[in-house]
Every structure is written in structure tokens, then in C-alpha cells.
Design a protein around this ligand. Structure first.
Ligand SMILES: C[S@@+](CC[C@H](N)C(=O)[O-])C[C@H]1O[C@@H](n2cnc3c(N)ncnc32)[C@H](O)[C@@H]1O
Length: 379
């Protein structure tokens, strides 16, 4: 282990045991986009939703509800940060006026918990893209947050070199020797040699990127011919199949209002995933694939693995997710702190009710830079 170039908090890297029960899967591609392969152990792939906020629910039941659920195992802990930034609404934010997400210890806890959710969704893996470790890989993680993904990639791929880039210095000082962190604004010109990178990883950057095509162009230029990109996110959009979540319920009202304000007041897109494949194609990527996974809100499913993912996702929402995403956005749009907390209280009550069977989806969009000489999509 060697110290990182920037100093931040230590993170809890404890891993999560996966349930052996894996439900059936299917991989769906966006119309007009090529499709290859499918992970043998995918939890569940769903057809691509046509709208970011109002995706129709599948016609038949895809998650069976358990009748007995407990919320008692939904706790994690990590250590706290000591940096000074802008403090508002009981949170600490990166010092820039348009910052909507905090970077304090609550948010860092949430990011690390969310990382465990992604690992569960990927059956313990770190990427949907299959990376071969037969040669040294140059990897960059755009908006690396606490650095947990980069550090675990460094452990799993000892021959690879991983650079995590983030505007907030919230990464730990001690990292594997093949991992470095840089503090930089990824919406500006990347300080990365052109055509030098094998894999670009971008995860949960919704709401942070003013122009996705511009960011994807930077990624394309940084990648070697044949290099891969993966953009992953979990949507703030709730669905239900059995009528247990009413159309006018608190969670749907909150998510609708959240996306409406983000777009209308701040011109930021917190639901870019359904558009990502189109942007990747527009800027010149090939072999673009879209994969989605079901993410239950709460431990209500009968399936053990989905139950575990739901338990963690609910914990993630309760332990910061809803509040961290809402406070700056709603108050900058004119709401009072009390008004936001009251709305979130209603959402909390609803999502902790095991009779409400709601879920959202994680998206993994993958692509490749064409080989030199005009290589196009794989058959
Ligand atoms: C929701 S977090 C995701 C962190 C990490 N990718 C993960 O999955 O755990 C978003 C991260 O993007 C960073 N970020 C936002 N805008 C950025 C920018 N313009 N340049 C660099 N980092 C940025 C934030 O500091 C934060 O750490």
C-alpha cells in the first residue's frame, strides 16, 4: 500500500456475501444498437424503458414478494472526513455554487454502501464489461468518489494501473501500489494522454455532468482503439407491479418533483441512463449494449439475492440517499428545509412499509472504441 496523492477519509471496504439464489435473466438492447453476450449470472435484465421517469412496468410479476421481512440488518459504518467545505442543511458540499450533492461523511457512507449494491448486482464483480487481465491495463474511474471501486479494482487486477479522478479530495491516503487519485474537474479537458486508456469507468454521475456527449467525447479520445467504456447508474424512479404502490404515493411524487426541478431549475439530468446508448453512438462508440437489473426498494422479494439487494438499497435511501439528493436541489428551488424534511418523512414511512413492493433499476451501458482502420460493430 502507498499513500494517495490526495488525502481524505478511510473507507469501509467490507464485502457482502451473496445469496446463491440467482433468478433468470435476459439481456436487452436498445433498438438500433448492437447486442453481444450476456452474463450467465445476471439477476434480471429488463427491456430498456422508453422514458427516464415513467417507464411502464412489465406485464407480469417479475419479483415475488416475501410475506415476512425484517429491516434489522440494514446498517453499515465508515469513518468521517475532516475537510472544510461549504456547510448547508446539516451537510458539507464541494465549494462550487452548482454543487447539488454533499461530499461529507454521510454521503461517503452512502457511496460505499451503494458500491456494495453494485457488487451484488454484478454477482460480486466490479464491471459488467469483461476485462481480460492478460496484459497491463490502463484504467480510469471518472468521478471516483471515495475511491472504493478503484481500490478494489487495484486489488483484483494487480497488473492494471488505475487512476481515480474526482473534484472532491475524499479518497483515502493509503491505496494499493497500482492505484492513484487525482483531483480534477472531469467536465474540463482531461489531463490524459490521447489513445492511452484501455477502460473508462463512469458510475453514478447523474446530475453532475452538464453535457454527456462532451464527456463521452473526452473518453473516446482517451481510449486506445479497441478500448472499452462502461457507464453505470441506478435510477431514482420507482415502479411497482402488484398495485401495492399507489400512483399518487409519496415516493412517486418525490421522484417526479425531483426530476422536474433538476431539469427546469438547474438544467441537470438525473436520469441520463436511457439516453446513454444514443449519446455513445452519436460520439462514435461501437458495440454499444444496454443491460438493466432490478433493484427492489426494501427486503420484500422472496428471492434471497433480490431480498438482500433490496435491504441494502433501502438502507442506502434511508441513510442519506433521499436526503443527500434532495436538500440542496429542493431548497435552491425555493423549498424550505422543513418542507423538504416533511416530504422525505412521508417517503420514508412508505418505503419502510413491507406491504409496498416497489423497485427501481440499475443500468449498465457498455461500448467500445473502434479499432483503427474502420472497425465497426461486432456481429
Ligand atoms: C454520486 S458520486 C459517485 C462516486 C463514484 N463514482 C461511485 O460510484 O461511488 C459523484 C462523484 O462525482 C464527483 N464529481 C461531480 N462532478 C464532478 C466533476 N465535474 N469533476 C470531477 N468529479 C466530479 C463528486 O465529487 C462525487 O464524488
Amino acid at each position: 500500500m502507498v499513500p494517495a496523492t490526495e488525502h481524505g477519509t478511510a473507507s469501509d471496504n467490507s464485502s457482502t456475501e451473496l445469496s446463491p439464489n440467482v433468478p433468470p435473466s435476459a439481456t436487452a438492447a436498445v433498438p438500433g444498437i448492437s447486442q453481444v453476450g450476456q452474463a450467465a449470472t445476471e439477476a434480471a435484465d429488463e427491456p430498456t424503458a422508453p422514458s427516464p421517469v415513467h417507464a411502464p412496468s412489465p406485464p407480469e410479476s417479475i419479483i415475488e414478494a416475501d410475506d415476512l421481512v425484517s429491516l434489522s440488518n440494514s446498517q453499515v459504518s465508515v469513518t468521517s472526513s475532516v475537510f472544510e467545505f461549504v456547510h448547508e442543511h446539516g451537510h458539507r458540499y464541494h465549494r462550487k455554487p452548482e454543487a447539488l450533492l454533499p461530499n461529507d461523511e454521510f454521503e461517503q457512507d452512502r457511496l460505499d454502501l451503494q458500491h456494495h449494491i453494485f457488487r451484488m448486482l454484478l454477482d460480486g464483480g466490479l464491471t459488467h464489461t469483461v476485462l481480460l487481465d492478460d496484459k497491463p491495463l490502463e484504467i480510469i474511474d471518472i468521478g471516483c468518489g471515495t475511491g472504493i471501486w478503484a481500490i478494489e479494482m487495484g486489488d483484483d487486477f494487480p497488473n492494471a494501473s488505475i487512476r481515480g479522478i474526482d473534484e472532491s479530495p475524499i479518497q483515502p491516503p493509503w491505496v494499493p501500489p497500482n492505484v492513484t487519485f487525482e483531483i480534477d474537474d472531469v467536465t474540463k479537458t482531461w489531463l490524459v494522454k490521447g489513445s492511452s486508456i484501455d477502460f473508462v469507468h463512469i458510475r453514478t454521475m447523474a446530475g453532475c455532468i452538464p453535457s454527456w456527449p462532451d464527456l463521452l467525447r473526452s473518453a473516446l479520445s482517451a481510449l486506445k482503439p479497441g478500448g472499452h467504456i462502461e457507464v453505470a447508474d441506478i435510477m431514482w424512479h420507482f415502479e411497482c407491479q402488484d398495485g401495492s404502490m399507489k400512483p399518487d404515493c409519496a415516493s412517486i411524487q418525490w421522484a417526479d418533483k425531483f426530476h422536474e426541478l433538476a431539469t427546469a431549475s438547474f438544467h441537470v439530468d438525473f436520469a441520463p441512463s436511457p439516453k446513454m446508448a444514443g449519446w455513445l453512438e452519436e460520439v462514435g462508440f461501437v458495440d454499444i449494449n444496454v443491460h438493466t437489473r432490478l433493484v427492489p426498494v426494501g427486503p420484500w422479494p422472496k428471492d434471497k439475492k433480490l431480498k438482500e439487494i433490496g435491504r441494502y438499497f433501502l438502507a442506502q435511501m434511508l441513510q442519506g440517499g433521499m436526503e443527500n439528493y434532495s436538500m440542496a436541489l429542493f431548497t435552491k428551488a425555493g423549498w424550505t428545509d422543513i418542507g423538504v424534511h416533511a416530504m422525505l418523512g412521508d417517503v420514508r414511512q412508505e418505503i419502510t412499509d413491507p406491504r409496498v413492493h416497489s423497485f427501481t433499476r440499475a443500468w449498465f451501458i457498455t461500448g467500445r472504441k473502434a479499432e483503427e482502420g474502420g472497425d465497426h460493430s461486432l456481429p
